[in-house]
Design a protein around this ligand. Structure first.
Ligand SMILES: [Zn+2]
Length: 98
């Protein structure tokens, strides 16, 4: 995951979602909470390493179908649906209905 994307809108909401859904626990959750409170730049190099790895393990880089970046607002859903963006997931749901 590119670090620039940490500064996009909705990233903090996504991190909160990871904590609330217990995808991040213990040390990772603690560091994530500090990131939410004080920002990514407040983390030490060691903490950044742990945080980056946790994010890497809990994100999908791009939609498996259309290759678009997954917006942070859709990332938790993408983790659950095996890596599709909201648009493609919606299309597939519609196709299944027909
Ligand atoms: Zn897609």
């Amino acid at each position: 995951m590119r670090r620039e994307r940490y500064f996009e809108e909705d990233f903090n909401g996504f991190v909160e979602g990871l904590i609330n859904s217990s995808r991040l626990e213990g040390k990772e959750a603690g560091i994530a909470k500090q990131m939410l409170d004080k920002g990514y730049d407040s983390l030490s190099e060691k903490q950044k390493f742990v945080f980056d790895r946790a994010i890497e393990n809990n994100t999908v880089d791009e939609c498996k179908f259309c290759g678009a970046d997954i917006p942070w607002g859709e990332m938790l859903a993408a983790l659950d649906n095996e890596g599709y963006c909201g648009h493609c997931q919606h299309m597939m749901e519609k196709m299944n209905e027909e």
